[in-house]
Design a protein around this ligand. Structure first.
Ligand code: IVH
Length: 681
């Protein structure tokens, strides 16, 4: 019996590793998520009964159980170099010329690879086992972040062969994941990540690998160190890494000669946006390791490789002013107001400057000529000040000391970069909280946008979310001549609009789910994912409210994937008398939503179907995900063999459509998805 269980244990470890590989490396899962979960659960049960059987490569061991206090340094013999840059065809031609000279006229083959804008890392495998992973650091001395790298599901703990190798590559967060996580961070009041690169870097430096495991980190490898000991060509080395089960980009190609290289580089200028991750250029490398050896390196860079940077989406304009923005949670941030300027097809009038430290770092002044950058999907940002273009008429930016909305003194909490207005009754915070409560990701009340939310708060009609449910047509548009202060005329609102608004509020009240309400309350750290997990677990607002603080904390902390930080945030939020009063008032208005339980897999109009969603859609992705899941479908983030539908919005990437065609996935638009869910066809 024990023998049979042990056999089953080994089988499960191997099966799960293989499924991880299919899912994360091939992007073609062979089994459903539910089936994967079942195998994983079986594995966990065996390990619980026989802890001494647990092997290091078991998928349960990806996450180290205790946080590190710091990262040990790793000194390497073969430094991680960086690359010299080229920006145009002439500079690239000069590089080819230098290579040809260095090889005494011999024509090399070049490899063209996307230059992934992430964080360079190095991995060591001993006898096929992953042993050490480290950051680049200064090239020679890096930081050992093995526990964090182990959480990357695309990295096999054991290779297909017992090879002893050192490989290098890039850890990154792809564009979709970056947008989704930032939306979530915005919703939960966390500071936004500046760009995917910083987000990846910050995640890799987390001391608690359990936190790192929650970040959507991806990885692609692009160099086999001492490659010549294994294969004569870099392209062959990469192919070998793939057969070992390691993730290598599919977008790497060989150029036959300089003309072909030139064509490939030009082709990429248009293709770059189809990549799922940010690429800031290409890397051109000599293929043959023997030729690389002949070429050697300069003091800083290898002579056998070069970066070809894509033209940056930058523009120069004038900083016309700075707006002081007060967020829903009281964070007071600077927004650059610019003379309108065109950046790759869109007019940019405002740009982010993140925080007041950044303003000081840039030493930017009003009237300055500034360079702004709009990288991919990211909010435009001011990246440079052209100080030599100053005329003397520029004026310094004054860091506010009082809130421009409510006049209270701003504070800077310890360990925070943000300046804050801590007055809960601050009108700007109030209306932003109302706007947020009514937004599509939360209660979805049509009509309450920025303008109306501000008007409702400033006219004193609404001061918190519960007040929304007490709005009536009469209060919004009191009859002319009515001096009763219960009614305050809302600017430019016609009776018909007031009627529409009141009916939109009733509609939202009827269709609210517990998770949407939780999102709307703006509890720190409670984004879509946590709100839905909490809502599914507790079922109803009444159950959540009627629990004692201790019960609530225990219930929330016990939910898979939620954790103590969120549980504490919920407790702290509830403990504040204003919040407790808001909850009571919402209940008094008859707000007591439940959470629809997802139908068992296999039932519902999308029962057992896998659905991937891509491109710009008319509704937030979280809403579509919920719709798919409540129809019994599984929401997947990439198109593989078992994906049944690809819902394509505007600007759908060619890569996703190609993948759909290759895998026989049916492509639908949003309307067709709605119809499918409604009519089952
Ligand atoms: S090769 C000497 N290949 O770009 C070889 N690097 O500026 C150097 N990078 O530090 C590395 N994609 O972090 C190489 N396909 C690619 C790359 C790549 C991104 C990063 C890497 C490196 C930096 C060089």
């Amino acid at each position: 019996m024990t023998h049979a269980t042990r056999e089953r244990y080994r089988q499960l470890v191997n099966q799960l590793l293989e499924h991880d590989r299919r899912y994360y490396v091939d992007m073609a899962p062979a089994i459903s998520d539910a089936e994967y979960d079942r195998l994983y659960h079986d594995l966990r049960s065996i390990e619980a009964a026989h802890p001494d059987w647990t092997v290091g490569e078991s998928p349960t061991q990806r996450v180290a159980p205790t946080p590190a206090s710091s990262f040990p340094k790793l000194v390497r013999d073969i430094p991680m170099l960086s690359l010299d840059n080229t920006y145009n065809a002439d500079e690239l031609g000069a590089f080819c010329e230098r290579v040809r000279k260095g090889l005494a006229g011999e024509a090399p083959s070049f490899i063209v690879e996307p230059k992934i804008d992430g964080i360079g890392i190095e991995l060591q495998y001993r006898d096929g086992r992953f042993t050490v992973g480290a950051t680049r650091g200064d090239g020679r001395i890096g930081e050992e972040i093995t526990a964090n790298l182990r959480t990357l599901r695309a990295l096999p703990p054991v290779l297909a062969q017992p090879a002893t190798i050192t490989v290098r590559g890039e850890v990154f967060i792809d564009k979709n994941d970056f947008a989704a996580v930032n939306t979530d961070r915005e919703l939960s009041g966390d500071e936004l990540w500046k760009n995917p690169r910083n987000a990846a870097g910050g995640s890799l430096k987390l001391l608690d690998a359990r936190e790192c495991a929650r970040r959507p980190l991806k990885i692609l490898l692009y160099e086999l160190v001492s490659g010549e000991d294994f294969r004569p060509l870099h392209s062959e080395a990469l192919a070998w890494l793939r057969t070992l089960g390691l993730p290598v980009s599919k977008d790497i190609s060989v150029a036959s000669g300089e003309d072909d290289l030139g064509r490939r580089v030009t082709d990429w200028a248009a293709r770059r946006t189809t990549l799922p991750y940010e690429a800031d250029g290409l890397v051109i490398k000599v293929d043959a390791f023997a030729q690389r050896r002949l070429l050697g390196m300069t003091a800083k860079f290898p002579r056998w490789a070069i970066a070809y940077k894509f033209p940056a989406q930058r523009a120069e304009t004038r900083l016309a002013g700075v707006q002081v923005n007060i967020g829903r949670t009281g964070a007071v941030t600077p927004v650059a107001l610019l003379d309108p300027v065109d950046v790759s097809g869109t007019t940019v009038r405002r740009a982010s400057m993140f925080n007041w430290d950044e303003v000081a770092r840039l030493d930017v002044r009003i009237g300055d000529r500034v360079v702004i950058e709009k990288a991919g999907e990211i909010i435009p940002q001011v990246i440079e000040v052209l100080a030599d273009r100053r005329t003397g008429a520029e004026t310094p930016i004054v860091v506010p000391t009082v809130c421009p909305s409510c006049g209270s003194t701003l504070v800077r909490r310890q360990d925070e970069v943000a300046l804050r207005c801590e007055r809960r009754a601050c009108p700007d915070q109030r209306w932003k909280a109302i706007q947020f409560f009514a937004s599509r990701g939360a209660l979805n009340i049509e009509g309450i946008g920025e303008v109306l939310a501000e008007e409702l708060v400033k006219k004193g009609l609404v001061s918190d979310a519960a007040d929304i449910f007490n709005l009536t047509v009469e209060r919004l548009v009191p009859p002319e001549g009515d001096d009763d202060t219960a009614g305050v005329r809302v600017e430019r609102m016609a009776r018909k609009s007031a009627e529409n608004l009141v009916s939109a509020i009733q509609k939202a009240r009827a269709s609210a789910t517990l998770s949407r309400l939780l999102m709307g309350l703006g509890i720190p750290h409670v984004g879509t994912v946590a709100a839905r997990a909490i809502a599914r677990q507790l079922g109803s607002f009444d159950a959540l409210c009627d629990a004692s603080p201790a019960e609530r904390r225990t219930a929330v902390a016990a939910i898979d994937g939620v954790g103590p930080v969120i549980a504490d945030a919920v407790r702290t939020w509830w403990a504040h008398p204003d919040n407790a009063a808001l909850v009571d008032r919402l209940r008094a208005c008859g707000i007591s939503p439940h959470e629809p339980q997802a139908p068992a897999t296999g039932t519902g109009p999308l029962g057992g179907k896998k659905v991937c969603v891509t491109g710009k859609l008319s509704r937030p992705r979280s809403e579509i995900q919920q719709q798919i899941e409540s129809a019994g479908g599984t929401f997947v983030t990439s198109v593989g063999k078992s994906t049944n539908f690809l819902v394509a919005g505007a600007d759908v990437g060619k890569a996703k459509l190609d993948a759909a065609r290759k895998n026989g996935t049916t492509v639908l638009d949003e309307a067709a998805l709605d119809q499918l869910i409604r009519d089952g066809k």
